[in-house]
Design a protein around this ligand. Structure first.
Ligand SMILES: *Cc1c(COP(=O)(O)O)cnc(C)c1O
Length: 365
């Protein structure tokens, strides 16, 4: 039997990409916001429906820059049920993560628990659109306004997601998208920030280019997180196919649902109202099922099927966070992290293989 991994990167045809990058051999312009970079920026701005976008070499560094432009340091309210990058970005920019619990329904931040965590040191809320599930953006905005806080969304999972007919990038002060090879849309490595405030543009752009604002002026202490033309070209090719890739993902998603819906002890991802999904992941919660999450994980592995305990453990449980951080109880997050499993999910996953994965889970052997 063929090995099945939890994910597999989408790629344009080989010929298409080669054709695209061919011009680089005549222009010899390989980086520093070249033609492909500018084209990709424009294309993504439209696709994500955002007035402003800045591209970066990865999503993580983009998140660090987003926190840096807030211009102050303090406590940032976030959740531990995320990829470690979210929490690392908070700490690496000199801030303190304050962990808020998540909801049983869609695994996003529990907005009813945010206010009690706000202190005079709080500067921002950093929720995650986990699995492309949309946070309660309205309530989060209300709280942020009331306490004069900024909202930065980790939208790494949410490329192409729409809420109430608007791109997810519309919500919050800044959103971070990851274009890592495992994401719905990718440039190999890559990422972006989207935002609504034009005054952030100069700083966010220059931070990825050493803080340079013009040939003889450096106004900020920036790093280097530019996107070269090879990656931008990959992005342009992938942007052409991403809508079709999402449609293919939808078929895989629906096949899983058909197989697994209504089985006692198996909880599928909650369908949200007014949300157009991107089918990025297929998380399954084993809640008093005949097998535990770990048993299902191992059973699949014996069959050369590699699911992923995503997210496990909570970021607050990593060694790096065990010392020196005030960890509040996030009981729901603890329960979810111990029982959730992301099944293989990618555009080209054969439906026969979806059936095979489900059969193993259902038969328990
Ligand atoms: C992928 C991911 C990141 C980091 O993005 P990179 O582009 O890999 O740096 C951050 N947060 C979440 C939730 C992610 O899934």
């Amino acid at each position: 039997m063929k090995r099945i991994n939890v994910t597999q990167s989408s790629l344009p045809s080989y010929e298409k990409y080669i054709e695209k990058i061919k011009t680089l051999w005549s222009t010899k312009h390989l980086t520093n916001m070249g033609t492909f970079h500018m084209e990709l920026e424009k294309g993504l701005k439209e696709y994500l429906e955002t007035p402003f976008i800045s591209l970066y070499s990865n999503g993580h560094i983009a998140l660090e820059y987003a926190l840096e432009v807030l211009g102050k340091k303090g406590e940032v309210i976030t959740t531990p049920f995320t990829f470690v990058s979210t929490t690392n970005a908070i700490v690496r920019t000199g801030n303190i993560p304050i962990f808020c619990d998540i909801k049983e329904t869609d695994y996003t931040i529990d907005e009813t628990k945010i206010e009690s965590l706000i202190t005079d040191k709080t500067i921002a809320i950093l929720p995650v659109h986990v699995y492309g599930n949309v946070c309660n953006v309205e309530e989060i905005e209300r709280i942020a306004k009331k306490y004069n806080l900024k909202v930065i969304y980790d939208a790494a999972h949410a490329f192409g997601v729409k809420y109430k007919n608007k791109g997810i990038a519309t919500y919050g002060d800044i959103s971070m998208f990851s274009f890592h090879a495992t994401k719905v849309f990718h440039t190999g490595e890559g990422g972006a920030l989207t935002y609504n405030d034009s005054s952030l543009k100069t700083r966010l752009e220059s931070l990825k280019n050493f803080g340079i604002v013009s040939q003889e002026e450096v106004d900020y202490i920036g790093g280097n997180a530019k996107v070269d033309e090879f990656r931008a070209a990959m992005g342009l090719c992938n942007l052409e196919i991403v809508s079709d890739e999402i449609k293919k993902r939808k078929k895989v998603f629906e096949r899983y649902e058909k197989n697994l819906r209504g089985i006692k002890g198996i909880r599928l991802n909650f369908k949200q109202e007014d949300v157009i999904q991107n089918y990025a992941y297929f998380p399954v919660l084993f809640d008093s099922y005949k097998l535990t999450r770990d048993q299902v994980f191992n059973l699949l592995k014996e069959n050369e099927i590699y699911a992923r305990k995503y997210f496990y453990p909570l970021t607050s449980d990593f060694n790096a966070y065990k010392i020196g951080f005030k960890i509040s109880d996030t009981l729901v997050a603890s329960k979810i992290t111990n029982n959730i499993l992301c099944l293989p999910m990618y555009a080209d996953l054969e439906l026969d293989n979806v059936d095979r994965v489900c059969k193993i889970i259902k038969e328990g052997r």
